[in-house]
Write a protein that binds this ligand. Structure first.
Ligand code: BG6
Ligand code: MG
Length: 217
């Protein structure tokens, strides 16, 4: 029986991928690489530092530790200007109703995100109060696809991992959830997310009954 739901942030609660893409495109072009949307798909769920390493690798470029630190700051500053006006209007369809419904039904809720901006973004979306625990990129040693973020979230909720459902939009996150021994609902898979138990377009019309019907084993 599912007792807790752990939500990824970017791509599940709000769609920030386009802003990550714009700011990474800028950095990539500075190292002589044309970053396409398809490249960006491969960066979903991956931490900021690892994303930069992947882009430098694609570009065949090498940078010192100090240069990389500057690029990471530049990327994040640009990203923060792009998300400055994020508001409740940017919450993805069905999210608030689903959160209210499962919490009324007694389920615990957490966020498990690779982002170091998660708390800032949740506040902007006015969603912070809907979660019993938040684990973000500042709180883990290993980021997705490592299971640490989800294992920590389950611990904070006081739940066995097998009684948790993870909601994810990225392969790195689905792999992390599987490695944690959790059930996985994929969002907007477009034929990807093959390791998820099930995929839906968004959380519109998804409720506690749907969760217990599809994920209780
Ligand atoms: C993930 C996003 O949630 O967070 C990635 O899917 C992003 O695209 C990663 O790179 C890290 O985010 P941030 O906000 O710490 O740069
Ligand atoms: Mg995501």
């Amino acid at each position: 029986m599912i007792q807790g739901v752990i939500f990824d942030l970017d791509g599940v609660l709000t769609d920030t991928a386009v802003y990550h893409y714009q700011s990474w495109r800028n950095i990539a072009s500075g190292v002589g690489f044309d970053l396409t949307e398809s490249h960006n798909e491969q960066l979903k769920g991956v931490s900021r530092a690892e994303s930069l390493d992947i882009i430098l690798n694609w570009a065949g470029a090498e940078r010192s530790v100090e240069e990389k630190a500057l690029l990471l700051t530049e990327k994040n500053n640009h990203y923060l200007t792009l998300i400055a006006s994020l508001s409740t209007a940017d919450i993805l369809p069905g999210v608030v109703d689903f959160l209210s419904n499962i919490r009324s039904g007694g389920l615990k809720t957490a966020v498990g995100s690779s982002s170091k901006n998660a708390v800032f973004i949740l506040d902007k979306l006015q969603l912070t109060g809907y979660f019993d625990a938040i684990v973000d990129g500042n709180m883990v040693k290993q980021t997705k696809p490592d299971p640490e973020v989800f294992v920590n979230a389950a611990q904070l909720l006081g739940l066995p991992t097998q009684n948790c459902l993870v909601i994810e939009d990225a392969d790195a996150g689905v792999t992390a959830a599987r490695a944690a021994g959790m059930h996985v609902l994929g969002i907007n898979g477009h034929g990807q997310l093959q390791d998820a138990d099930l995929c839906v377009e968004n959380l519109h019309n998804i409720d506690l009954q749907f969760v217990q019907t599809h994920f209780s084993s």
